[in-house]
Design a protein around this ligand. Structure first.
Ligand SMILES: *[C@@H]1O[C@H](CO)[C@@H](O)[C@H](O)[C@H]1NC(C)=O
Ligand SMILES: *[C@@H]1O[C@H](CO)[C@@H](O)[C@H](O)[C@H]1NC(C)=O
Length: 335
């Protein structure tokens, strides 16, 4: 129950009945608030963890593979203080965006599943056109709630008036925007069987992997900015222009280090000894990873057992044989 509702209830019960239950109501509401806060904190942590997992998944076959210099970061989630991400690079921007997106996604999802008290389906007010053969109904995901709570938990950690604060806030917002703009319409048919003359539709989050891919595209187009006159400014043809909060564009202040080389201060393990498997990514891609770091590569053949020649056996099992399948492991090396 929201505090305002509780107070309203107290007034309503106190005045006409002269039965003052203000104290019990208030404390009930406070502990409920505390419960909700605790619950949300754990969801925020969970979301942050999922964000980093998706980061690793998206970048597993890139030179920067989402390694962080500090494994402790997983414990500190989602507090991305300067000590864990000291440089405001494109990669740090991505981590901010994907974490904020994951937290928004997680809160919104758990809200739909009824796991968060005080939040449920969203009311979609947008009017449909008369010609539409569908109407809003069902349970729409309440993205606004997810965004609001994400802001409350992670943006409030940023209370300076400096370049890094502006950088963090901007990229956090990009993450939330991508979640919001990826929402899809899902529908269900009504009417005579199979006719689908009338449909009920609701808004639904897309799966987080899709959001991760979108953010990765945005990462590749990130823009370097500077912080002038309290604004993030990008330079275009010798002119500066403030980056609007509305733009879905990741920004960064510091150039990235060379991730090919080991650099402990940024937590980059370097590409020497990096491996990739041909059953996960093409051998060409594996080799080009090493080559783009001016390294050689060594390739070893391996075999693994996989199920094959599967047949349906009446009734009702599937019988397979085991076949050995070849794959190779490519390792970046000095020579
Ligand atoms: C590591 O990266 C930082 C940030 O880009 C850079 O300032 C530093 O010189 C690098 N260190 C090495 C040993 O390359
Ligand atoms: C990233 O690459 C390094 C080696 O360059 C490897 O040790 C590490 O496990 C990789 N991380 C992920 C998440 O794949």
């Amino acid at each position: 129950m929201k505090l305002s509702t509780a107070i309203w209830l107290v007034l309503f019960l106190c005045v006409p009945e002269r039965l003052c239950i203000a104290r019990t109501e208030r404390s009930a509401s406070n502990s409920e608030g505390e419960e909700a806060f605790k619950l949300l904190s754990s969801i925020v942590k969970e979301g942050g963890r999922r964000g980093l997992q998706e980061c690793e998944n998206q970048f597993k076959n890139e030179i920067w593979n989402c390694t962080l210099n500090n494994k402790e970061i997983f414990r500190e989630l989602p507090i991305f203080v300067k000590t864990t991400l000291p440089y405001a690079t494109r990669e740090t921007a991505f981590i901010h965006a994907i974490s904020s997106a994951a937290i928004t996604h997680e809160i919104t999802l758990q809200c739909r599943q009824g796991k968060i008290p005080g939040c449920s389906c969203a009311v979609v007010k947008k009017q449909r056109r008369v010609t539409d053969d569908w109407q809003w109904g069902g349970c729409s995901d309440d993205i606004r709630y997810g965004e609001k709570e994400t802001r409350r938990f992670i943006d409030r950690l940023e209370n300076g008036n400096d370049a890094r604060t502006a950088f963090n806030l901007h990229n956090n917002e990009v993450g939330r925007k991508v979640v919001r703009s990826s929402v899809q319409k899902e529908c269900k048919c009504h009417g005579v069987t199979g006719s689908c003359s009338m449909k009920t539709c609701w808004r639904r989050l897309v799966n987080f992997n899709t959001i991760g891919s979108k953010l990765k595209e945005i990462y590749f187009r990130a823009t370097q900015v500077s912080f002038e006159n309290n604004k993030l400014q990008e330079r275009i043809h010798k002119k500066t222009r403030a980056v609007s909060k509305r733009e879905r564009k990741l920004v960064y202040l510091d150039s990235s280090p060379d991730y090919c080389l080991r650099n402990d201060s940024v937590g980059a393990p370097g590409m020497l000894g990096r491996t990739c498997r041909s059953d996960e990514v093409s051998t060409t891609k594996c080799k080009s990873l090493c080559n783009s770091c001016k390294m050689w590569h060594q390739t070893q053949e391996h075999y693994k057992l996989v199920k094959c020649k599967c047949q349906f056996v009446w009734c009702c099992t599937v019988k397979c044989e085991m076949c050995s399948e070849r794959y190779s492991v490519t390792t970046c090396s000095r020579g």
